[in-house]
Write a protein that binds this ligand. Structure first.
Ligand code: BGC
Length: 357
């Protein structure tokens, strides 16, 4: 009888332990909030899943939320994370300048904050920033264009159109400036010509990184500048969501057929549809940012913050958020195209061959 009672007691206790998650890993002290912008782009799903897995492996409990690219939804989610007792918030912001108030609340509740991929602006309450070298992303895109067109060898002139990312995302300016650091000298020397004349960041930026908006801007450019047989040689697209819209527009305008091949089109993220587009010669390249590397860096930062230690950083100068320079770790981006995607994306285990069919 006693044995039976003890057994019942033990199993009840175990069940209670499992339900409250008091084995250590999901206790309140170990709760980490991960706020991602949207599920509509593949990369953020990958980021969220990697972060969750990497944190859980280290024994943390994770509250992972996606905000449908809506700033108020993200603010609400951050409020909830603070209320639930998260000790650290990992945030990929939608509008980098719009979350100062909720971060002040985090600070009051001793909740620490890591900016994930995108810098959080205008707030003192950001301990660290982990990202890929955003300027370098643009430089690699610019160099790809430089090499494919033979610009260094003096070839040209070629017709170029320029796109940039969302103006509320601090990264967008870095991508643009990086690419322009390579392309601008050729524009100045006349080896690259921009028939639309649209080049400055504000004019070419696409709000919300929206594919449909990129498509409609490309439609307008084609009608205004390329309708009479002028050749479009290259489109600088900062990322894959814009590239999707640009390719769709050009396809409607008859590109991709024998005598009208697609221009060189750049991208970033190596989202599956874009890699498929690369394989079928619609998009030329995409920057690969291995989200597994970023996730493991951020987990190191979380660990350091919760142990009161300093996290490893490799940049303490570049990322000024308007209030402070946020100590950063910059991971290294590379590019993938039709010639090397197998090595970069499949051999590394990022995708299976079947993902790209
Ligand atoms: C990220 C890019 C992404 C873009 C749109 C940027 O902040 O760095 O990888 O393509 O947002 O989501």
């Amino acid at each position: 009888m006693l044995k039976k009672l003890v057994a019942v007691f033990l199993s009840t206790a175990l069940l209670a332990l499992a339900m409250t998650g008091c084995g250590g890993s999901s206790s309140k002290g170990n709760l980490v909030g991960v706020a991602m912008p949207t599920q509509s782009l593949q990369r953020w799903n990958q980021d969220g899943a990697n972060m969750k897995a990497a944190l859980e492996e280290k024994g943390y409990a994770v509250d992972l939320q996606y905000a449908n690219n809506d700033v108020n939804t993200q603010i609400q989610q951050l409020e909830n994370m603070i209320t639930k007792g998260c000790k650290v918030l990992v945030i990929a912001s939608i509008d980098g300048s719009a979350i100062s108030d909720v971060l002040a609340k985090a600070e009051k509740n001793k909740v620490q904050v890591i900016a994930y991929d995108r810098l959080i602006m205008q707030s003192p309450n950001v301990s660290y920033y982990a990202t890929f070298d955003n300027f370098k992303v643009g430089v690699i895109q610019g160099q790809y264009i430089e090499e494919k067109l033979g610009l260094k060898e003096g070839k040209g002139p070629y017709n170029l159109e320029v796109f940039a990312g969302s103006p509320d995302d601090n990264n967008a300016t870095f991508f643009y400036n990086g690419a322009m650091s390579i392309l601008k000298p050729y524009i100045d020397s006349g080896k690259l010509v921009v028939p639309s004349g649209q080049m400055d960041f504000t004019t070419v930026a696409i709000q919300g990184w929206d594919s449909a908006k990129a498509q409609s801007r490309m439609d307008t450019l084609v009608t205004a500048n390329y309708a009479k047989g002028q050749k479009l040689d290259v489109v600088l697209s900062p990322n894959d969501s814009l590239a999707i819209g640009i390719v769709a527009s050009l396809k409607n305008a008859g590109y991709g057929s024998g005598d009208k091949p697609y221009p060189i089109i750049t991208g970033q993220d190596c989202d599956k549809p874009n890699v498929i587009a690369m394989i079928s010669d619609q998009q030329s390249m995409s920057i690969f940012k291995d989200t597994r590397t970023l996730a493991s860096k951020v987990v190191e930062m979380v660990d350091a913050l919760l142990q009161g230690k300093e996290a490893p950083v490799n940049d303490t100068k570049t990322y000024d958020n308007g209030v402070k320079v946020v100590p950063s770790f910059l991971c290294d981006p590379v590019y993938a195209d039709k010639t090397n995607y197998k090595e970069i994306l499949i051999d590394s285990g990022y995708y299976a061959e079947a993902d790209l069919k």
